[in-house]
Design a protein around this ligand. Structure first.
Ligand code: GDP
Ligand code: IMO
Ligand code: MG
Length: 432
């Protein structure tokens, strides 16, 4: 029995959805603990593609229960759309299958409006957010004026809260951002009716997890975004507004940290980033285009073209420390097939100094150049490999180099988007 956390070690989109789907086979419950529908997690099962933004990626297994923890910010409209989309595909997501924490904060229409208006006002210095209202919702949570799922059950105080919040938000929208203020009545009315649709799903996730863990069931925690987008540890201010690091699985789901056994870090075999911000190993040449096209690197949430670059091992080692990784899952190795030479960024050069860690200052990071170690590539198709020994020698050496550099064993290697296109070396649920 073990509880496993899956997190992204880079800037998101590492393939967390695929790995969570794969590992769900060993768990009874899959739990999201932070972020919101800024996430886009892609699964390909029997050739059919699904993208989930809020519902945990375990939902395709009919006998597993999915939970949305208190640390997630939930846009009720998106949640209902996702449930509806699954229903249309013959997958019934009822309160047996899905639970939403009563303490989760709700994304309101004014959060989206502020997110979009603020980005517009920033002009060239914008962060490139997903525009889903994530930052403003977390701001309200910390400012202690947020609206939580539990508030839906108390319509009168819900109305008061919406009214008080709107007063402030409309002032900002109209006076700071030159945007249209929002009307109170349609929002209040909509959230009253949402209450009926959502209330059957609302549960105490912490109590449910405690009971499941006492029964020795396996629980899988699904991270969103990635460590370099962490509001504390990422490339601030070009980050998201939550903590995607593994420790937050404890806070964002309401369980004690000693109950987390294995921490699986997902490492894409190269680097990508959506939105603005520093990216030391970025490639703006034809190899960057090659990775973007071959890897189909378009945002699963916004459809934006992802920036691409060589694998940054400084970043992966940084993530290893911050998350206390116990296992690595390397994804998209197949995308590197066909390149003669592969570069691995093993340190940064800054004004004549060699840096081995990610510096905190944006100005320093923006002026770092990558120091590369070159490795030989391979040309054989690897998408059918199901054991490490079936990979070409140079691909094995690439995997071993990552493992050696960060000092954590490789547990999974993904060689294609499909559930079955995977090499499983060890099972993270077996480790305790
Ligand atoms: P997430 O946000 O971390 O879940 O990742 P995304 O779903 O946003 O992006 C990962 C993309 O890569 C998706 O389109 C996946 O279907 C795809 N993918 C995952 N693993 C592999 C792999 O090993 N090879 C290839 N070619 N694609 C993969
Ligand atoms: P998954 O879970 C990649 C990025 C945005 C932007 C920054 C802040 O699919 O890996 P936000 O809307 O969160 O305030 O935007 O964070 N971002 C992601 N990039 N994958 C994600 O999620 C992301 N979620 C947010 O592009 O740069
Ligand atoms: Mg994604």
């Amino acid at each position: 029995m073990a509880n496993v956390v899956v997190i992204g070690t880079q800037w998101g989109d590492e393939g967390k959805g695929k790995v969570v789907d794969l590992l769900t086979a060993h768990a009874s419950r899959v739990v999201r603990f932070q972020g919101g529908n800024n996430a886009g997690h892609t699964l390909v099962v029997d050739g059919e593609k699904s993208i989930f933004h809020l519902i945990p990626s375990g939902i395709l297994y009919p006998d597993k229960r999915c939970l949305i923890g208190n640390g997630v910010v939930v846009d009720p409209e998106v949640l209902l759309e996702e449930i509806k989309g699954l229903f249309e595909r013959g997958i019934k997501v009822d309160p047996q299958r899905l639970g939403l924490s009563e303490r989760a904060h709700l994304i309101m229409p004014y959060h989206k409006a502020i997110d979009i208006a603020r980005e517009k006002a920033k002009g060239a210095s914008k962060i490139g957010t997903t525009g889903r209202g994530i930052g403003p919702c977390y701001e309200d949570k910390v400012a202690r004026v947020g609206i939580r799922a539990v508030d839906l059950a108390e319509p009168e105080s819900l109305d008061d809260k919406i009214k008080a919040n709107l007063k402030e938000k409309n002032f900002c929208l109209a006076n700071l951002f030159e945007s249209e203020p929002l009307a109170y009545e349609p929002i209040a009315e909509r959230y009253r009716s949402l209450s009926h649709e959502l209330s059957p799903f609302i549960v105490d996730v912490s109590i449910e997890l405690d009971e499941a863990i006492r029964r020795k069931e396996n629980v899988l925690f699904e991270g969103a975004q990635g460590t370099l987008l962490d509001v504390d540890h990422g490339t601030y201010p070009f980050v998201t507004s939550s903590n995607p690091v593994a420790a937050n699985a404890s806070i964002g789901a309401g369980i004690g940290p000693k109950r987390l056994d294995s921490i699986v870090g997902i490492v894409k075999a190269y680097s990508t980033r959506v939105g603005a911000g520093p990216f030391v190993s970025e490639l703006t040449d034809e190899i960057g285009d090659y990775l973007q096209e071959k890897g189909q690197e378009f945002g699963a949430t916004t459809g934006r073209r992802r920036r691409c670059g060589w694998l940054d091992l400084v970043v992966v080692r940084y993530s290893t420390r911050l998350n206390g990784l116990t296992h690595l899952a390397i994804t998209k190795l197949d995308v590197l097939t066909g390149l003669d030479t592969l570069n691995l960024c093993i340190a940064y050069e800054h004004q004549g100094d060699t840096l081995e860690n990610v510096p905190p200052q944006l100005s320093t990071l923006n002026n770092c150049s990558p120091i590369y170690q070159a490795m030989e590539g391979w040309h054989e198709d690897i998408s059918g490999a199901r054991a490490l020994e079936e990979l070409p020698k140079n691909a094995q050496a690439y995997v071993k180099r990552i493992e050696g550099f960060v000092g954590v064993p490789v547990s999974i290697v993904s060689v294609g988007p499909g559930r079955e296109q995977t090499i499983v070396c060890t099972n993270p649920f077996d480790s305790s």
